[in-house]
Design a protein around this ligand. Structure first.
Ligand SMILES: [Fe+2]
Ligand SMILES: [Fe+2]
Length: 270
């Protein structure tokens, strides 16, 4: 059974489930999780943090008193962690957005940045909890922010906005999350990169990659600005607020998708 079902069991009921050990407390108490949730268990048998087990026990007073625990030899990650619904579709959507960049040299720059990190980026999560908190969520979110700006840009075509810059900003805005958040055994901030945060990591990466690639200095300055400003204000983690319309557009598109995902995924759970 899923851990979410264990938690709904009657007092004293026998339960059996699989879980990964997240941490230990007071010697015998452990927190374990699967993709449906987490629970505290009491086990006389010593358990290994990060190990996956098959448990049998009784549900008493909100914890499971373990009677048997058997370590699983292989960990099926899909059983324990949530995944995006359709990563292949998201990958197609992402590269479809890249095609909308009109300058071929800038399209090449996107490949130059993403190709070496594609596996990590594809597996990335966009948040621990708030939005797109599942494996592949970072790609799904990035593809959607890209598609949002591609659709909105024609509305402002007469106002001198640089469409390529907006699309690049959308694709790169959260790239730092591929480092900031770890996905196993649990979605957590990385010990080192979590201290830097995805805004700095992304801005720094694009600054370095842009120089290496030979991106025009003006484009690089604005692109780094878009990444730095994408949370919109200082209080939300951005060191600068959007100073060019391209940055404002990426910020709003990002916010739109983050909030929509938060609400829609919550509703689909009911
Ligand atoms: Fe962000
Ligand atoms: Fe974002």
């Amino acid at each position: 059974m899923w851990i979410s079902e264990v938690k709904e069991s009657k007092e004293g009921a026998e339960v059996s489930f699989r879980g990964i050990v997240l941490r230990q407390k007071d010697g015998y108490r452990y927190k374990v999780f699967d993709r449906s949730g987490e629970i505290w268990i009491d086990s006389e048998f010593p358990l290994r943090e990060g190990g996956a087990y098959e448990f049998v026990g009784r549900y008493k007073g909100g914890v499971v008193v373990v009677e048997r625990a058997e370590e699983l030899e292989e960990i099926d990650v899909k059983y324990f962690l949530p995944f995006a619904e359709n990563p292949e579709r998201d990958e197609r959507r992402f590269w479809g957005v890249v095609e909308r960049i009109s300058d071929p040299r800038l399209r090449e720059f996107v490949r130059f940045v993403f190709e070496p990190i594609w596996d990590e980026f594809k597996r990335g999560v966009a948040a621990k909890r708030y939005h797109h908190a599942y494996i592949g969520g970072l790609l799904e979110h990035t593809a959607t922010v890209g598609e949002i700006v591609v659709r909105i840009l024609p509305l402002y075509a007469d106002y001198g906005i640089n469409p390529d810059l907006v699309i690049l900003g959308a694709l790169f805005h959260d790239v730092g999350k591929a480092w900031e958040l770890k996905t196993f055994p649990k979605f957590e901030y990385h010990e080192k990169y979590g201290k830097w945060g995805h805004i700095f990591i992304g801005a720094n990466l694009i600054k370095e990659k842009g120089r290496e690639f030979g991106l025009p200095e003006e484009t690089l300055t604005d692109l780094v600005h878009i990444i730095l400003a994408h949370h919109g204000e200082y209080g939300k983690g951005s060191p600068v607020s959007p100073r060019i319309p391209e940055a404002l557009l990426v910020h709003l598109a990002d916010n739109l998708d983050a909030q929509m995902n938060h609400v829609l995924k919550d509703e689909s759970k009911d």
